[in-house]
Each structure stands twice: as structure tokens, then as C-alpha cells.
Design a protein around this ligand. Structure first.
Ligand code: GLC
Length: 572
């Protein structure tokens, strides 16, 4: 990253801060702080632990680091319920630790972005406490307090049950799109909006580079609170469906951007689902309110059912088409951020390697597709060593409220205990939330104390220490992938080049060209079978190969082994 200082009279600005779109062509990494690295032996990850691992992240080629929430929180939804936006939760350390992390990150060219959770706060936040103690006072207006003698409508929260909870001692209900301890904030209220802008700018002044923006589409509401037709026995309808009747989100986000992010040239990536084409322009177009949004299309594959128990795993063809369609739609508008997993998803290697086996080769193939497709790749902690879904033996092994709710939904739908457990084991968010596996020691090199959320049977063979020693490890392969972003010949094309599908009709071949000042062909035989492929021209350079040997320069017909991925430059 450019750190040259530019002298502008009284102001000394880093060149990076001045360059618009400085974040384009970068590689990002997501940390789930509770589970990344514990530095003080209390069994929970912390900020000092993250700082200790910055060299590791630099070696992995990371430019942008997203921290899931580290603010003060009662952790009902693992920090996505914030009780003080200006404080670091003591389990993670102190504000000095955060300042140290930001400063040490900068030294290594790593920009820190935080999670911005402003659709809701925690019921423990002083705003909500003040609202409860004076339900007709000004703080009640920070939330949606609706007068009614019963739940105002039939909307169901994302975590199950009604979105409405009585305000004690009143004839009012308050809205919570998520858990009842996560009351929704009222964006209609300009005083609340000012509080939010002030807080965002306070963090940007501290030197963070931007935000991942949580659950943001939910800030629009149907202010008539209309019930929706339900085909379910409990009469409820997911709150997400009410958003089609909601007021426009545009004025809020435009104001948010102008008052905060734009002034700081911050990087922002929105958690946005189901956006229309028009909204895509609004979010990430030329004058878009965010720098980028995540491509969640592939995570939604197989989810048409009634809950996790009813989901199916995506095939290679579905994965391929979802990726191509996402780019065909978005690339001419703006920049997508890409994932195979995050803290809300099962592990990508357990989810997307349709035919199996899930081994080093197939894991590297999945990584190749994600890291080299166009966009900003977000590598989720542990992805770079190929961490898989965990073994959970009973519902007591889980922590996540959404998982436990999913278990009850499955049982209510008539599944046996074992079937319900199998469904949540496949999809639980806890699969990705267990501690990072640094070594094969009992605490996984994560903690010297009683590590939190460790599954009953971690796969100790998957760990950083062993993979550091093995030149062919998944970790070292990810380093090669990210190194392509800085490659003297190919870097420009990988960072900024177009993405054009190739061999689209060939079943289970996921291939694309990256085209810039070079033409690079990325081919993955994403199946458990051999495939023969003829190239349009002979190989000029074999840039990367996820299995040993097999091809050389001059070859034009390829026999690809199962899950082989190659990156090629062809003779012009
Ligand atoms: C987002 C977060 C998720 C959280 C929810 C409520 O979807 O990624 O972890 O539970 O918002 O804040």
C-alpha cells in the first residue's frame, strides 16, 4: 500500500487517503474476533491476539481486514447486539489495544474495517434503557414503539417468533427484526441519525479505513405495519417479505454516505440481499452509496425450502451459473465482494464441493475460483487452511441462536431428533465460528485456556503450523493465489481485468478468462472425474496449478484430473 506522505500546507495526508477507490484490486480477510487468537488465556479471542497475527496476515497477502463486532455487547447475538458503540468489549481488550491494532496494521499496509451494526442495537444500550423508563419520552422515538393491544402484525423475526415484544407497563410494542434483545433503530428520527453519523465519524477519525455494513436493507420499513398473507400454521410471515412494502431506503443511505463515508474516502461493503437492478446502481454504481456489496447469490442456492431442514446443496453447475450471472449483472455497474463462507454460513469446502472428495485439491480449486474471479475476495479465517464443517453431537454443543431456532423449526416440522441435528449440523453458523486452528495442540494453538465453542471432535490435522512446513499446503497455495494480485506481469489483469466465461457449456468445468493487459485463463475441473479440454492456443506460461506437474508449455490438449485447477497464459 502506498504510504508516501504528501504535504498540503498544514495537513499531512497519506496518498492512500487521497486516492479515490484505493480499495479496488485489494484482498480482504474476515476475522471473527472471539475465535481468532486468544492472547490472555481466558478462552476467547481478543485484539492483542489479532495484532500478534498481523505478520501472518501480511504473509497471506491481506490488504483489508474486516473485524466482526468488537464493541461492548451482552453477546446475545455474538456482538451484533451493541450496548455501547464507543467502547471495546472487555473480553476483546481495551481501546488502546484497538489503537495499537490500527497502527500496527498500517505499518504492514493492512487497513482495518469494522462492522457497522445500525439497523438495531442491544436492549442493554442506554438509548433503549431510557426509552423503557420513559416510553413517551424522546428516546422511545429512537425505536419503533407502536401503540396496540396485541402484536401490530404477523411479521416473523429472522431468528423466529414475532418481531413484536410488549413494552412493559404500556399498551405499546417495540419492533425487533432479529432477537428481542436487538430492538430496531428508528431511522425516521433525524436525532437518531445524527447520533449514528457522529459515531461513525468518531471511528473513522481513529484511523479505521471503513465498514462492513450489517443488515442494512432492514432500515426501511413498511410504516403502515401491514400484515401479510401467510400459508403457515403459526400465521407468521418472514419480516424480509415486508420490505417490498417499505418506504425508500435511498434518502437515508445517501445522507449516511455524504455525512460520513464520502468525507473520509472510506471503503464500505454492504450486506445486501435480493437487490433489484436499479438498487444495484444505487448501491455500487458510479455515484453509489457503498464501495461494494457482497455477492450472496451462491449462498442462497438450494434455499427455496422452509428452513435449513429443507435445503439442498448446490451442484457445480449451479455454482458456476450463479457466479457468471452475478458478474454479468454487476461488473458493468460496480465491484462485487466475493466469499465462499463467512460467520453466517457453513464452511465453503463442506458446502460447495458437490461431488467430493473434500481434499486438498478440491479445496484449492474452490479457492482458485473465488480468489481469481473478479471482485474483492474476502477470505474468512480458517478458509486458507481448508477448515471444514465441525462435528456437533447434540444441540447443547451449539451456541448460535439462529441454529437453536433452526433446530426447533425442524422438529416442529416433524423431523426426528437425529434428522433435526443433521440439518443444523450442515448449515449452522457455528461451523465457521469455532476457534481458528493454529496448531494440533489441545487448545488448537488458539488459547492456553478453556477455548470457547470448540467442537467435540476438531480435526486437528487441519492447522496452520503443519501447513507452514508443507510447500504444497492449502495455506501456501492461498499465498500463491493472493501473490497473483501483486504479480509484476499478471497483477494488473487480476486486479482490474474483465472476467469472461469460458467453456460455459462444458458440464462441471468452471472456467473464465481474466482480460486486461494480459489474457489469463483460469480453469477448474470441478468434479470427481477426469476431463479432456482443448485450448484455443498452446500454453505459453503455466502460472499456477493445484496439483503437481502434468502440463508444460506448448501443450494444447489438457487431461485434467478431478478438481484440478490451472491458471494459464496462452500463446497469442
Ligand atoms: C447480520 C450478521 C449476523 C447477525 C445479523 C443481525 O446478518 O452477519 O451475524 O446475526 O446481521 O445483526
Amino acid at each position: 500500500m502506498e504510504t508516501e506522505m504528501i504535504c498540503l500546507g498544514l495537513f499531512h495526508l497519506r496518498r492512500q487517503d487521497m486516492e479515490k477507490d484505493w480499495w479496488k484490486g485489494k484482498v480482504a480477510y474476515q476475522i471473527y474476533p472471539k475465535s481468532f487468537k486468544d492472547s490472555n488465556g481466558d478462552g476467547v479471542g481478543d485484539l492483542k491476539g489479532i495484532t500478534k497475527k498481523l505478520d501472518y496476515l501480511q504473509n497471506l497477502g491481506i490488504d483489508i481486514l474486516w473485524l466482526s463486532p468488537i464493541y461492548k455487547s451482552p453477546f446475545i447475538d455474538q456482538g451484533y447486539d451493541i450496548s455501547d458503540y464507543y467502547a471495546i468489549d472487555p473480553i476483546f481488550g481495551t481501546m488502546e489495544d484497538m489503537e495499537e491494532l490500527i497502527a500496527e496494521g498500517k505499518k504492514r499496509g493492512i487497513s482495518i474495517i469494522m462492522d457497522l451494526v445500525v439497523n438495531h442495537c442491544s436492549s442493554h444500550h442506554e438509548w433503549f434503557q431510557k426509552a423503557l423508563s420513559d416510553p413517551d419520552g424522546p428516546y422511545a422515538d429512537y425505536f419503533y414503539f407502536i401503540e396496540s393491544d396485541k402484536e401490530p402484525n404477523n411479521w416473523e423475526s429472522y431468528f423466529g417468533g414475532s418481531v413484536w415484544e410488549p413494552v412493559p407497563g404500556t399498551n405499546k410494542y417495540y419492533l425487533h427484526s432479529y432477537h428481542k434483545d436487538q430492538p430496531d433503530l428508528n431511522w425516521q428520527n433525524p436525532v437518531l441519525r445524527e447520533e449514528i453519523y457522529k459515531m461513525i465519524n468518531w471511528w473513522l477519525d481513529k484511523g479505521i479505513a471503513g465498514f462492513r455494513i450489517d443488515a442494512i436493507i432492514n432500515i426501511k420499513k413498511d410504516l403502515e405495519w401491514r400484515s401479510l398473507p401467510s400459508d403457515r400454521e403459526n400465521g407468521l410471515v418472514p419480516v424480509l417479505e415486508s420490505l417490498v412494502n417499505a418506504q425508500s431506503i435511498e434518502p437515508f443511505l445517501q445522507e449516511l454516505n455524504e455525512r460520513t463515508f464520502a468525507k473520509y474516502n472510506a471503503f464500505t461493503v454492504g450486506e445486501v440481499f435480493n437487490e433489484t437492478d436499479e438498487e444495484l446502481h444505487f448501491f455500487i454504481g458510479k455515484d453509489g452509496v457503498f464501495s461494494s456489496i457482497f455477492d450472496f447469490k451462491q449462498t442462497c442456492l438450494g434455499q427455496e425450502g422452509k428452513g435449513w431442514f429443507d435445503h439442498t446443496l448446490p451442484t457445480a453447475e449451479e455454482l458456476k451459473e450463479s457466479i457468471f450471472q452475478a458478474h454479468e449483472r454487476a461488473d458493468r455497474i460496480g465491484v462485487l465482494s466475493t466469499i465462499i463462507e463467512n460467520h453466517d454460513e457453513p464452511r465453503g469446502v463442506s458446502h460447495y464441493i458437490a461431488e467430493g472428495p473434500v481434499n486438498d485439491t478440491s479445496k484449492k480449486a474452490l479457492g482458485t475460483i473465488q480468489v481469481l474471479r473478479k471482485g474483492i475476495p474476502f477470505i474468512y479465517q480458517g478458509q486458507e487452511i481448508g477448515m471444514e464443517n465441525q462435528v456437533f453431537e447434540s444441540v447443547e454443543d451449539f451456541d448460535d441462536i439462529a441454529t437453536i431456532n433452526g433446530y426447533h423449526v425442524a422438529k416442529e416440522a416433524g423431523l426426528s431428533e437425529e434428522e433435526a441435528l443433521a440439518a443444523i449440523a450442515n448449515y449452522s453458523r457455528d461451523n465457521a465460528r469455532t476457534p481458528m486452528q493454529w496448531s494440533a495442540e489441545p487448545g488448537l494453538g488458539f488459547s492456553d485456556g478453556p477455548a470457547w465453542l470448540i467442537s467435540p471432535k476438531p480435526d486437528y490435522s487441519i492447522n496452520v503450523e503443519d501447513q507452514e512446513k508443507d510447500p504444497d499446503s492449502i495455506l501456501n497455495y492461498y499465498r500463491q493465489l493472493t501473490a497473483l494480485y501483486r504479480h509484476p506481469l499478471y497483477g494488473n489483469t487480476i486486479r482490474f481485468g474483465d472476467m469472461i466465461p469460458a467453456y460455459r457449456d462444458r458440464e462441471n468445468i468452471i472456467a473464465f478468462e481474466r482480460r486486461g493487459d494480459k489474457r489469463i485463463l483460469v480453469i477448474s475441473n470441478f468434479q470427481n472425474r477426469q476431463a479432456t479440454l482443448e485450448l484455443p492456443a498452446p500454453i505459453k506460461t503455466l502460472v499456477l496449478n493445484n496439483t503437481a506437474g502434468l502440463f508444460q508449455e506448448g501443450d494444447q490438449v489438457l487431461e485434467l484430473v478431478p478438481y484440478q485447477s490451472i491458471v494459464l497464459e496462452l500463446v497469442e
